[in-house]
Design a protein around this ligand. Sequence first.
Ligand SMILES: Nc1nc2c(ncn2[C@@H]2O[C@H](COP(=O)(O)OP(=O)(O)OP(=O)(O)O)[C@@H](O)[C@H]2O)c(=O)[nH]1
Ligand SMILES: [Mg+2]
Length: 290
Amino acid sequence: MNVGYVAIAGKPNVGKSTLLNAMLGTKLSIVSPRPQTTRQRVLGVDNGPGHQIVFLDTPGLLAPKYGMQEKLLAIAETSIREADLLLFLLDAVDGLKPEDQAFFTTYRKKRTIIVINKIDLVIKEALLASIAKVHQATGCDEIYPISALTKFGVEDLRRGIVAHLPQGMPFYDPETLTDQPEQFFVAEIIREKIFMSFGAEVPYSTAVVIDDFKEQEGRKDVIRATIWVEKPSQKAMVIGAQGRKLKAIGTMARKDIETLLERPVYLELWVKVREKWRRKEGDLRELGLG
Ligand SMILES: Nc1nc2c(ncn2[C@@H]2O[C@H](COP(=O)(O)OP(=O)(O)OP(=O)(O)O)[C@@H](O)[C@H]2O)c(=O)[nH]1
Ligand SMILES: [Mg+2]
């Protein structure tokens, strides 16, 4: 069968995580309208007739400005290096910007497919011009226009990927969706709700740590998590008047967690401050970004 690792890489917000979820037919990786949502590599296994694709969703490629962003770039680089095939994503609205071009030149692999995503947002003429330009500027002749949101072109792309993968034995048994523990995805769901609930500042200053995850026979699981922020003012925002904001975040997160785990849970959230954690090596490691 055709088997291999496929890294999904590209600038922040181009739709990498949405594409992973579209390929898997299930929501594994969190998605938000803000750039730099994904902070870890997220592995998702797609089993099909005659193939196993191991997708690696990665943090958006960005010239780093501080500690956390350096970690994010390193995570993306490692995934690209380990992959048999690189899917390099562009946003159809932006086209090929100089920063895309620079990252493409740096990370291009022997097997590389360029994916132009969000084509639902552009007219056909603009898309055709963009494909021609991308082809000319990169020399890459495998360019797939898709919409990860509507799934237009996704099956064509899957066939294109499979055609590139080497023959081999599967890496994962067919039941396996990912190699990451449930706790990771629970923390990610909480983080997603924070990305959805606040403007620019709070999401970027937030890390979520699961402190306690108790499975109980015959009773609801108990999950306790801490939402770390960088300033007391952010803590006040996350909690909200009479704790209403935190309650709403908890309710939204709990519903998604219950869908993921397929069982009812009791979710308890705490908000705590750790100043400038995004710039401190020790804090990054303790908060799971080491
Ligand atoms: N219209 C449209 N929106 C899309 C499409 N794919 C993704 N989006 C939206 O683009 C935004 C970013 O999507 P993500 O999947 O989180 O992007 P990402 O590349 O993983 O972003 P980072 O993790 O921050 O690097 C979300 O609001 C998605 O709903 C698409 O095909 N069409
Ligand atoms: Mg993402």
